[in-house]
Design a binder for this molecule. Structure first.
Ligand code: SF4
Ligand code: ZN
Length: 281
């Protein structure tokens, strides 16, 4: 395992090599209270970038309460401005209510619904707060799993939005996203976060679902036992192919704005507003 210093150099190297941060950027870090986003927040601040944090209170029982408290405590200690967005204020209810209501009508997974809503809120709030980048805690394991899932499900075009920074959508209303922990494994981040004594929960979200992702995770771990570099090899090869994939699969024509909420969208109505329509049915 790398030392704390080596881990930090690796993250700094990713930021520099892939040009994740430009001069004058204001970075809003999307925090969940977990080890990944807390580590990304800490390091971006430590490297001297202009960062603020934000967390969406999803209202998933005690899990959300503990995460919110941890993020508040951490930001106070670090002197980082924190923005708390409450599902109750934004949507009038918890994510659990939205999810179970939609799932009584459509066969969508918890994380699909939650992910669409979080990305919508994240982009809108980041723009309102004058951020020029949104940073997330996505790591190497997340990326490999998503990449493998897209390939196995026959959807390689979905992978064009992967990579250390978004590069497909260029629009004044879309805030680019960056992943400073792109080349760091779950294990490395856990070790760093524990070594630094960050106040985070190491328990997964109680609503995390996705049987296919779990199977892919097992498969990757099995392959890793035979070759410890398998994850890094997969992602590095993917990075070589990414420009080709983007050329082949990027949607033609310019981005639209959702006719309901006005946010950037591929279709006339964005995914979040589609879900809200189902909710009201
Ligand atoms: Fe939402 Fe799934 Fe993340 Fe839980 S694990 S916060 S349900 S996206
Ligand atoms: Zn919309």
């Amino acid at each position: 395992m790398a030392s704390l210093k080596e881990f930090e150099s690796k993250v700094q190297g990713t930021i520099k090599e892939y040009g994740l941060v430009d001069k004058g950027d204001k970075i809003l870090v999307a925090c969940s209270g977990g080890k990944d986003s807390t580590t990304a927040l800490y390091l971006l601040k430590k490297f001297g970038y202009n960062v603020e944090a934000f967390i969406i209170d999803l209202i998933i029982g005690n899990w959300s309460k503990a995460n919110l408290e941890n993020v508040k405590k951490f930001c106070k200690e670090q002197g980082i401005k924190l923005h708390v967005i409450s599902m109750r204020e934004e949507f009038g209810c918890s994510i659990c209510y939205i999810r179970s209501n939609i799932q009584s009508k459509r066969n969508f997974t918890n994380c699909m619904i939650c992910g669409v809503i979080k990305r919508w809120v994240m982009n809108q709030k980041a723009r309102e707060l004058g951020a020029t980048k949104v940073a997330t805690g996505h790591n190497l394991d997340d990326e490999v799993e998503t990449l493998m899932m897209n390939i196995m499900k026959g959807n390689p075009g979905l992978s064009i939005t992967l990579g250390p920074k978004t590069g497909v959508i260029r629009d004044k209303k879309f805030i680019p996203r960056i992943k400073p922990l792109y080349f760091c494994t779950n294990d490395e981040i856990r070790e760093y976060s524990k070594g630094m004594g960050f106040p985070v929960l190491y328990k997964p979200c109680p609503c995390a679902t996705g049987a296919f992702r779990i199977e892919v995770r097992k498969l990757v771990s099995e392959m890793e036992r035979q070759d410890k570099d398998v994850k890094m090899n997969l992602v590095k090869n993917f990075m070589v192919m990414l420009p080709i994939l983007r050329k082949a699969y990027s949607p033609k024509g310019s981005l639209k704005y959702c006719s309901v909420c006005g946010e950037p969208s591929r279709n006339d109505v964005c995914k979040r507003c589609d879900l809200m329509k189902v909710l009201k049915e």
